[in-house]
Design a protein around this ligand. Sequence first.
Ligand code: HEM
Length: 199
Amino acid sequence: MVMKTYSIGDMAAHNTEQDCWIIVQGKVYDMTPFLDEHPGGKKIVLKVAGQDATKQFDNFHNQAILDKYTPKLCIGKIGESSDVTLTAQEDHEPAEDEEDTSIGFGDMVPFGDPAWYQDYESPYYNEHHREVRNVMRKFVDQEIMPFCFKWDEKKEVPKSVIKRCGDLGILANICGHPFPKKYFKGKIMDWLIASTRMH
Ligand code: HEM
């Protein structure tokens, strides 16, 4: 069967929840009917609607998933002539001290997520949490996600990653309070101690 060819320019108009196309490995996928079923949630897909999401796809899935869903969702391919790239921003994460308010967290279903996902006012959810959340997200996006499938296949997480978690103060989370300070250092540790004092 001959595949319909689209240009990058055609993609831009299909960037909403009612009409959501993405490019993965040069092919065009109409995600609209699949958004509500997508196991990773619809919001993450909508972030890359109308764009080339190959990198994001590769971060979270393997080829078998693409092969399985191609007959159902693929509507064509990107034509040769499309020399413009409209790649979804990989480095979208906010700077350490900056909260990304462009989009919330979770599925944004009212009462479907914990209230703090959507950044509702809360006396308990404060700046410390937001800072820790930003650092954690950045760490996971940059240092965990790109490698997690490889580690999964090897059935082994490199020791250097555990050490890095220790250096960042993340390992302290599993120790509970009082934290064994001498083994942990870093900003997160300071925040954990500060927020524990506040509660
Ligand atoms: C052709 C397009 C896509 C299809 C068919 C698809 C399908 C799926 C499927 C079947 C899963 C469950 C995987 C599993 O259980 O192992 C999944 C999970 C997920 N997908 Fe997609 N997806 C697509 C595009 C995307 C894109 C573009 C993103 C990101 C921008 C994304 C983000 C995620 C995330 C975060 C998960 C959850 C991963 C996890 O829990 O380990 N997906 N997707």
